[in-house]
Design a protein around this ligand. Structure first.
Ligand SMILES: Cc1cc2nc3c(=O)[nH]c(=O)nc-3n(C[C@H](O)[C@H](O)[C@H](O)COP(=O)(O)OP(=O)(O)OC[C@H]3O[C@@H](n4cnc5c(N)ncnc54)[C@H](O)[C@@H]3O)c2cc1C
Length: 311
């Protein structure tokens, strides 16, 4: 056996938050990740903290509220990359996930003046909006401060980890499709365009047939998006990028001519229901925490604690 109590597989937001929860409780934790944080799906996330439609809804609401509190507590640490930003989720009523809506101070129906043309209703709220590159760096530093380590290492099964530690936590996202194997995990491709910020301060999102979101940060805006189930294509499609910019420019015309800084693509690890479960594995304990689809950042801390509670 090694000097590790737990091996966490996966170095995205799920793996890092799970590793932090365990390490801050005193466990000796090692993270093994095929790709380090900057190259994960987590690094591509628009990172608006909002519990999009993932299941199981009742647990998701609780996980999201727990995570919301963590993000609110990080707002005063500039290195964490978390800001509270006001905006509108179109076509969403105040009774959307009541536990979640109630947790947002001041969430209310948007007035007609607060809605872009063509929209009749929306929920206006102030929520955390993360800069994922800063935030993932922050998570890695926080894990290191708690004594955890991260290694770039891919696994083809759980055996090697089980020989190194009595507990393994599987946070491999889409990788679980082949690793577990769990064919219920499927990619949902998301493409975004990053442009210079022409002066926007509020976010806008609409999760309808055509996903549309405008997520401003100081200096840049993430424009989205796509939701393409079953697509494994990681290269940005220029035609799709043009339609994204055109849709977002209908919300804010200044975006039509904003300078493009970058194109990004990520594959959301979708599943009919998030899997936070435990199973026995040749004398070791295997805990799963994967399948968070388009809301993995939103539920990360709640899921991390739920996974830790299974150990
Ligand atoms: C365009 C886009 C926009 C998004 N916007 C939002 C948003 O606004 N809000 C929100 O909450 N969520 C959003 N998401 C969803 C969010 O990004 C994901 O739910 C989340 O990043 C999943 O995190 P994860 O750590 O589970 O998976 P990942 O970030 O994919 O990390 C998986 C880790 O497992 C590792 N791994 C895989 N297989 C193996 C293996 N065999 N051995 C070792 N390691 C392995 C990988 O290398 C990686 O380190 C968005 C996603 C996309 C693509």
């Amino acid at each position: 056996m090694s000097d590790a109590d737990v091996i966490v597989l996966g170095g995205g937001v799920t793996g890092l938050t799970t590793a932090i929860v365990l390490a801050e409780r005193g466990a000796r934790v090692r993270v093994w990740a095929k790709e380090l944080a900057a190259w994960t799906t987590s690094a591509v996330a628009g990172a608006l903290i909002w519990p999009y439609h993932i299941e199981p809804a009742d647990l998701v609401a609780a996980w999201a509220v727990r995570s919301l509190r963590e993000y609110q507590g990080l707002v005063h640490n500039p290195a964490a990359g978390v800001r509270l930003v006001t905006g509108v989720q179109a076509d969403t009523a105040p009774d959307f996930l009541p536990t979640w809506t109630a947790a947002l101070d001041g969430a209310r129906p948007a007035t007609p003046a607060e809605l872009p043309d063509g929209y009749t209703r929306g929920l206006r709220a102030t929520v955390p909006l993360l800069d994922m590159r800063l935030h993932l760096d922050y998570l890695m530093r926080r894990l290191a401060a708690a004594g955890g380590t991260i290694e770039e290492r891919a696994v083809a099964g759980f055996g090697a980890a089980a020989r190194m530690a009595p507990v393994i936590v599987n946070c491999t996202g889409l990788g679980s499709r082949t690793l577990v194997p769990d064919p219920a995990v499927r990619p949902v491709r998301g493409q975004v365009v990053v442009v210079e910020n022409p002066g926007l301060t509020e976010w806008f999102a609409h999760a309808g047939d055509q996903l549309t979101y405008v997520l401003p940060r100081p200096g840049y805006v993430i424009l989205g998006g796509t939701s393409q189930p079953g697509s494994w294509d990681l290269s940005p499609d220029p035609a799709i990028a043009r339609t994204i910019v055109a849709r977002c420019a209908r919300i804010h015309p200044a975006l039509a001519t904003a300078r493009v800084l970058e194109h990004r693509v990520g594959l959301r690890p979708a599943r009919s229901s998030v899997r936070v479960e435990r199973e026995k594995l040749d004398g070791a304990l295997l805990v799963h925490n994967y399948g968070h689809g388009g809301a993995g950042v939103t539920v990360a801390w709640g899921c991390a604690e739920a996974a830790a509670a299974l150990i």
